[in-house]
Design a binder for this molecule. Sequence first.
Ligand code: TMP
Length: 253
Amino acid sequence: MAPRRKKIYEGKAKILYEGPEPGTLVQYFKDDATAFNAQKKATIEGKGVLNNRLSEFFMQGLTNVGIPNHFIRRLNMREQLIRQVEIVPLEVIVRNFAAGSIAKRLGLEEGTALPRPIVEYSYKNDALGDPLVPEEYIIAFGWANQQDLDDIISLALRVNDFLAGVFYGVGIKLVDFKIEIGRVWDGDFMRLIVADEISPDSCRLWDAKTGAHLDKDVFRRDLGSLTDAYTEVARRLGVLPTNSTNMKPTLIN
Ligand code: TMP
């Protein structure tokens, strides 16, 4: 066994380890799923393997169209090398159709097309249940300044255009998603890049024809097998894990 690396941070679905070079981290995808601020928990075999692959696919796609992000390369079935960033403590949510909390808050029927993509922010704080916050709070408390927010909105909308197109090409409607943003420094110059992960854990994905849920709502709402839903997304995108000893053969076919 290789000596255990230094753990930098452990979240609900991922672990960050010290990377091989300064300024890098290893991001490990666990099989753990949580919902409703971890009131609901389960281990879903194979989820980490699928999300590692899917996040690689989306981040690499962002790189290909010039959208800066933390992904460097995938290391193995569950790990990828990423740039170390300072995470902006916000969940940046983009919505194309009403679902989840906005549907509830505004009394909209799920699936209602929104007049334009809506970008909103939650303050990343588990103890408070990630509350929705206005820009006014973000600036007043110094989590980001106005220039940062302009850049964050621009990044979020570019990611939305990219993802919505990729998904629609495989018969999936991108209802909404969440990204996180990190700061990196080149000398004194600070840049904002897409960080964390992009996977069916952090998106709402509906089959364009049937409306079937192909995302974490399957787990949140007890709609069936989460692994089957994520495998279907991976299969349509042509992103299925190759054979390996640490995964079940059911994921390969
Ligand atoms: P919401 O409708 O519950 O506010 O969620 C909006 C989107 O953000 C949905 O795609 C799920 C994603 N999301 C996360 O990735 N993490 C979270 O903690 C929450 C609340 C939502």
